[in-house]
Design a protein around this ligand. Structure first.
Ligand code: SF4
Length: 167
């Protein structure tokens, strides 16, 4: 399946816990002022790849803990991101996804988006808000963004925030 990608980091330690394959998809309609990655905005930029190429990269590194879907806006390419998420889960990896859309907005965005949410463990949601920017936040750029534990959120029927496991 085709996917438009800005870049891939094969050994990220900053896009979620542990060692991760981080896929930065191309195309983002949010255009947040102060965005850290404006090269990703143009949906015709970046490069076209086949999801099979990325899935084979997942298979090549036995040390990976997870897959991170970032961007760009992963939920604007939901079918391709779903294929990646399902392949990661089949390998026992956890899946984190970033979105400029709030979780509640994603819930109203169609079946493929719902499938992608169900294939993810954690969602980092909401746009980057420059006035709420902080360098002290875990895995996110501004304080309005939430780290949502999607597994517990589904189980409890309310938004449950992800917390780093105690050592
Ligand atoms: S959602 Fe993310 S990639 Fe898109 S404009 Fe906002 S900060 Fe940039």
């Amino acid at each position: 399946m085709d996917i438009r990608v800005n870049g891939i980091v094969q050994d990220s330690i900053v896009d979620g816990p542990g060692l991760r394959l981080a896929v930065f998809v191309q195309g983002c309609s949010h255009r947040c002022p102060g965005c850290h990655n404006p090269d990703t905005h143009d949906p015709t930029g970046g490069q076209a790849m086949d999801t099979a190429q990325i899935i084979s990269q997942l298979a090549e590194n036995p040390l990976l803990d997870g897959l991170t879907l970032s961007g760009g806006e992963p939920f604007e390419q939901p079918a391709a991101c779903l294929a990646l998420a399902e392949a990661a889960r089949a390998r026992g990896l956890n899946v984190w996804a970033y979105s400029g859309y709030p979780y509640e907005a994603l819930l109203g965005m169609g079946e493929t988006v719902q499938q992608l949410l169900r294939a993810c463990d954690v969602l980092v949601d909401g746009p980057f808000v420059l006035s709420q920017r902080s360098l002290e936040l875990d895995f996110r750029g501004s304080a309005n963004q939430r780290l949502i534990d999607l597994v517990q959120t589904r189980r409890q029927g309310r938004v449950v925030l992800w917390e780093r496991a105690a050592w």
